[in-house]
Ligand binder design. Structure first.
Ligand SMILES: [Zn+2]
Length: 244
């Protein structure tokens, strides 16, 4: 029912041989990470296609793109788009990469006495005290879903990654990204500050999974499955033998 095809040097000859129409190629091309040039794959790059037939037409249902360091696996799901999963992203650490100038000043705690208000309230993140205007980086790749001011959180950013993971960066001095912008893991998004309800220059870093706050320092990297991934994984078994 499915067949595998290995791409040699460039993608388009294989696409033609597999009987893929231009519209199929376009859907696939949209999902390719920018570092890959399908017209000329580098020596260390390998691509494998899993092709099936639907109503007499060839259809790519999954593909892998590997380099010596990374392997991307893309699966097509019912919305007709490909979803890319990189092995490294699924197992990435979600702790904030603490700069040498920073120290942890407050830990994750479900019932903490707020140092400013004196009231008991959950502390849903980790505070890293650091000098004003320290470069703040995004822990995950994803889309900036919030980049705004709030009188409690101050200037803050929320990045929505895949698999239900969100990260938040609070009390910033300067936001360097815009809402809906795509950011990479480790890319600069802001300068730290003391805005909002804050008792001194620090970064409040928050990790949420399916909108539930998680202690990022206690979190063990593992395969995280969001709704989409669960859906995709349900389809994987039928392709898997073709992907190795
Ligand atoms: Zn905090």
């Amino acid at each position: 029912m499915y067949s595998a095809d290995v791409v040699k040097n460039e993608f388009y000859t294989t696409a033609t041989r597999s009987g893929l129409e231009a519209s199929e190629v376009a859907v696939l091309k949209k999902s390719i990470p920018g570092a890959f040039d399908l017209r000329k794959l580098k020596k260390n790059e390998t691509m494998r296609l899993v092709v099936g037939k639907k109503s007499g037409k060839s259809r790519v249902v999954a593909y892998t793109l590997s380099t010596s360091k990374k392997k991307f696996v893309a699966y097509r799901v019912s919305d007709n788009n490909f979803y890319l999963m990189s092995d490294s992203a699924q197992f990435a650490s979600l702790t904030y990469p603490k700069p040498p100038s920073a120290r942890i000043s407050s830990s994750f705690s479900p019932a903490r006495v707020n140092p400013v208000s004196g009231k008991t309230s959950p502390h849903n993140g980790i505070d890293y005290s650091m000098p004003m205007n320290t470069k703040i980086v995004s822990v995950t790749s994803g889309t900036v879903t919030k980049a705004e001011y709030n009188k409690t959180m101050g200037y803050y950013i929320e990045v929505t990654g895949n698999a239900g993971v969100k990260t938040r960066y609070l009390h910033l001095n300067k936001i360097l990204v815009k809402k809906d912008q795509l950011v990479g893991q480790g890319s600069s998004i802001a300068l730290s500050g003391n805005s909002g309800r804050s008792s001194g220059p620090h970064l409040h870093y928050e990790l949420l999974m399916n909108d539930k706050p998680i202690d990022s320092l206690a979190y063990q990297p593992q395969l995280r499955l969001g709704k989409l991934e669960q859906h995709v994984y349900a389809h994987i078994q039928q392709y898997e033998q073709y992907l190795d």
